[in-house]
Design a binder for this molecule. Structure first.
Ligand code: C2E
Ligand code: MG
Ligand code: MG
Length: 577
């Protein structure tokens, strides 16, 4: 029954009351049997009727009739009754008060009652109040539980992402407190998974709870678990310099050993810091900046934490822009192919070319492969781009007279995602380029995952007659030791060593060591990035047979390449095809 209906039922009842004792008894029974708590109070503040439920809820089952309302009703209810009675005159509409009141002394068992008070004027001046109430304790608890779940992490009891953002918003909604500043720390536990896998989820859960306790013990004002092994902490009142110091404290505490039942476990902690002085007070922004800094911290070997700087955001934005643009670069014909000559160091003769990809964006201009290839690898776009350049380069070089070799770079991601051997076969068949004229350039990254499958694929390529060159040698995880075990034919010494010649002794020593080993292993060495005649001469003296670099020619278009071939060598070469 709604409040309005209740009020009119009560008014009707009162009219009946005036009809005599029988009606009065009927009404008393109606009140008594009511499903809700119902109490009728006269203008003198005395209870004149009460339902059974009202007696149960307010007076432990004892009758309420004849009692002073002030004594038996919760304070707020009584005040509402008084107010409604005071406002009621024969001229006014039936006033209504609705509210929620907590009843009982023990905090845990307190009842939550929702109530409504209506008043009626009986006859010319007699006023009575009808108080109707419901026990909404359970509903309230369920609501509170839901709201707790929405703002807290059920496992650790710390704040959730939503709760964390709400807390920051509430704290800094107004200018008040903003002057003291706020530092936010995004924390990622390193090596948590092995602990979880080895000791089981129950112990993993204990560790996560202990992490929250340790974070709280730092005195940080807000502590949140964002999911998995990601946490966040917000601490007002720290300057940027103090935030870095606080970060070290947090890190020290988190990396100390954890006692998990009979086991001890150790995890690492990478931390990204953002500060309101740079990122403002928007919690989403603070968290996103702290996250960017966390990514930088993760990639850094060493201290494992980094503070956000605006360049990180710019880099990310530029990267995202490139990622979007790259989706259509192929269709828009912005990707093209260049060839850089490889020369014999003995006589400077061009013996091969490396195919290099180019991206000319209408607004951004030429985008360097060092920028777009990593993005293409991350997005998987490298598969499409790599297929295109392999086909296009083979087709082009196959039309050139002579026996120039072609080198094509193949990314580790291509080996991971597709059947490179099949693609190479297809490109060779379609173009008619003999397999022995093709080299595939790989980097050491290829041996990071699924080594056996990779070696198998390389072996199959070699069986076809295709050569394998290890690019950028010396920059990765290079160990001279494993060179002998890999199915490779050529080693390309990275340009960073060549660049430092002839002055840098160490580079000279490294190059000599690579030369000696390659000779022993029967592998050809190509020196990359030769820019001067001195460098070419020195490398030749060290026993290097092949060189590549601006000294012999910059990357050129197919047309330019043909023209230079004509110029340099055989008079039989046609000017174009
Ligand atoms: P890379 O395969 O080591 O290619 C050699 C890079 O060194 C080329 O840069 C080339 O232009 C540059 N270079 C050659 N000689 C000199 C020199 O004397 N001095 C200097 N300073 N640089 C020289 P580029 O074309 O910018 O390519 C950079 C990297 O991007 C390549 O390094 C390769 O890792 C990647 N890349 C380029 N094209 C492709 C491709 O089609 N597929 C894949 N997967 N990667 C590619
Ligand atoms: Mg290369
Ligand atoms: Mg290279």
């Amino acid at each position: 029954m709604g409040f309005g209906n209740l009020a009119s039922a009560w008014s009707a009842g009162l009219r009946a009351l005036r009809g005599g004792p029988a009606a009065s008894e009927t009404l008393a029974q109606v009140v008594n049997d009511s499903f809700s708590g119902m109490v009728v109070i006269d203008s003198g503040g005395i209870v004149i009727a009460a339902s059974r439920i009202a007696c149960d809820l307010l007076n432990e089952g004892r009758p309420l009739d004849g009692q002073r309302a002030q004594r038996v009703l919760p304070r707020d209810m009584h005040l509402a009754v008084g107010q409604v009675l005071a406002e009621t005159t024969p001229a006014t509409e039936t006033p209504l008060a609705i509210a929620v009141v907590h009843h009982g002394s023990e905090t845990d068992d307190r009842l939550v009652l929702q109530f409504a008070v209506t008043a009626s004027v009986v006859g010319t001046s007699e006023r009575v109040a009808c108080l109707n109430f419901w026990d909404v304790t359970e509903r309230r608890r369920a609501e509170e539980r839901l709201s707790f779940l929405a703002t807290h992490d059920p496992l650790t009891g710390s704040l959730s992402r939503t709760g964390f953002c709400n807390a920051i918003n509430e704290r800094f909604e107004t200018e008040r407190g903003r002057a003291e500043g706020l530092a936010v720390f995004a924390i990622d536990l390193a090596r948590f998974k092995p602990v979880n896998d080895a000791l089981g989820h129950a112990h993993g859960d204990i560790l996560l709870k202990q992490v929250v306790s340790r974070l709280r013990a730092t005195g940080a004002q807000f502590v949140a678990r964002l999911g998995g092994h990601a946490f966040a902490v917000a601490h007002p009142g720290l300057s940027q310099a103090e935030a870095a110091q606080f970060c070290e404290i947090v890190q020290d505490r988190l990396v100390a050993p954890y006692q998990l039942g009979p086991h001890r476990a150790i995890v690492g902690a990478d931390i990204g810091i953002s500060h309101s002085a740079v990122s403002g007070f928007d919690p989403d922004q603070l968290l996103s900046h702290a996250d960017m800094a966390l990514n930088v911290a993760r990639a850094m070997a060493g201290k494992g934490y980094a503070a956000f700087s605006p360049e990180m955001d710019e880099n990310l934005r530029a990267r995202q822009e490139l990622e979007t643009e790259m989706q259509q670069a192929m269709e828009r014909g912005e990707i093209s192919l260049m060839f850089q000559p490889q020369a014999s160091l003995d006589d400077g003769r061009i013996i091969g070319v490396e195919a290099l990809m180019r991206w000319m964006h209408p607004d951004l201009g030429a985008v360097s492969p060092d920028r777009f290839i990593p993005i293409a690898e991350e997005t998987g776009k490298i598969v499409e781009l790599g297929r295109w350049i392999l086909e296009a380069a083979c087709r082009e070089v196959a039309t050139w007279p002579g026996e120039l070799k072609l080198s094509v770079n193949i990314s580790p991601i291509q080996f991971e995602l597709i059947d490179v051997v099949a693609e190479v076969k297809e490109a060779l068949t379609r173009s008619g380029l003999p397999a022995h004229r093709l080299d595939v350039e790989i980097t050491e990254g290829i041996f990071v995952s699924n080594v056996r499958a990779t070696i198998e694929a390389l072996q199959k390529l070699r069986n076809l007659g295709v050569g394998i060159a290890l690019d950028d040698f010396g920059t990765g995880y290079s160990s001279l030791g494993y060179l002998g075990r890999l199915p490779i034919d050529k080693i390309k010494i990275d340009q960073s060593f060549v660049k430092k010649l002839p002055g840098d002794q160490q580079s000279g020593v490294i190059i000599r060591a690579v030369m000696m080993l390659s000779e022993a292993l029967n592998k050809i060495v190509i020196a990359e990035g030769i820019e001067t005649a001195d460098q070419a001469w020195m490398l030749k003296m060290m026993g290097c047979k092949v060189g590549q670099g601006y000294h012999f020619g910059r990357p050129r278009t197919a047309t330019e390449m043909r023209a230079s071939l004509v110029e340099r060598a055989a008079p039989s070469l046609p000017a174009s095809a």
